[in-house]
Design a protein around this ligand. Structure first.
Ligand SMILES: CC(=O)[C@@H](O)[C@H](O)COP(=O)(O)O
Ligand SMILES: NCC(=O)COP(=O)(O)O
Length: 274
């Protein structure tokens, strides 16, 4: 599992204080056992910024068994960043090519083959020449997988939002159709994964995976090598941490209230009002 830190950067960028720290988040995730770190530096730098990409690479130098996955559109600035990482001798294991437009709200579709094929072929080769594995972000279309392999891609990342949406709808007991739709989605993803593997590709998956839908996906879609998870994982990290955090702030207030200065202020009678 690779943890996507976009949303930590998004929160940090809302002020100029440097918190929450993307680097500390990465360190905590790696210490907890995450297999890698993912970032998706978008051209508008709304979350991950150029300096984050390099600072994280420096951090990952100290974690040699973990993977650094950078996502983005190879026709924007992604390959220039990859070249700079290599020039500085920094780690870069995987580039995930995503067909997002500039300013796109979030990724919502994969590459379309053969339409995108001829422009992808040279950038795949350039990324591989830099020593990076190349994964193509793809819809779960079994018929597209052999074409992805024919372009030289090493992996595909199956875009899992449609699966996640079907899973979330199936949680609703009033909708009998929902679980049928979920089964249909799972079959589609399993068929896409099998087609990819038969073509010689390894399979990643990501987008809107979460604690509720992850196990079902991995149980029914064979041979997934890697999942990258960001939005839900960071939201969970916040929610699972509220209690401990509020307790710590209350402890600060209690410590201040117990200080001699606070005790003295409490003992001093208020000046009577006229
Ligand atoms: C490719 C993919 O599914 C994720 O990287 C997703 O694009 C996350 O990007 P945001 O965090 O900007 O929504
Ligand atoms: N490649 C998908 C990813 O990195 C994270 O997507 P999400 O969990 O933020 O939807």
């Amino acid at each position: 599992m690779s943890v996507n830190l976009n949303k930590v950067a998004l929160l940090r960028n809302s002020r100029h204080l440097g918190i929450p720290s993307v680097l500390r988040a990465a360190q905590a995730c790696l210490q907890a056992g995450a297999h890698g770190i993912t970032v998706h530096p978008r051209p508008d730098e709304r979350h991950i910024r150029r300096h984050d990409v390099f600072e994280l690479a420096e951090l990952l130098q100290g974690w040699p068994q973990r993977e650094y996955n950078i996502e983005g559109n190879p026709f924007h600035n992604l390959l220039e960043v990859a070249r700079e990482l290599r020039a500085r001798g920094l780690p870069l294991h995987q580039l995930t090519f995503v067909p997002d437009s500039v300013g796109q709200y979030t990724s919502d579709h994969g590459w379309s083959l053969p339409t995108d094929a001829e422009r992808l072929r040279p950038v795949i080769a350039q990324a591989q020449a830099l020593g990076a594995r190349v994964s193509l972000f793809m819809d779960a279309e079994p018929g597209q997988m052999a074409a992805a392999r024919a372009l030289g891609a090493d992996r595909v990342e199956l875009y899992t939002e449609p699966y996640a949406a079907a899973h979330s709808a199936a949680d609703c007991p009033l909708d009998g159709k929902a679980s049928t739709a979920l089964q249909a989605q799972l079959q589609r993803y399993a068929a896409a994964a099998q087609a990819a593997q038969a073509a010689g590709l390894e399979v990643n998956a990501g987008h809107d995976l979460n604690r509720a839908n992850l196990s079902d996906f991995l149980r029914q879609v064979p041979g997934v090598r890697e999942v990258s998870i960001g939005h839900a994982l960071i939201a969970d990290a916040l929610e699972l941490g509220y209690s401990a955090t509020v307790c710590d702030y209350l402890r600060c207030i209690d410590e201040a209230a117990a200080s001699p200065a606070a005790q003295a202020a409490q003992a001093t009678p208020a000046t009577p009002r006229p």
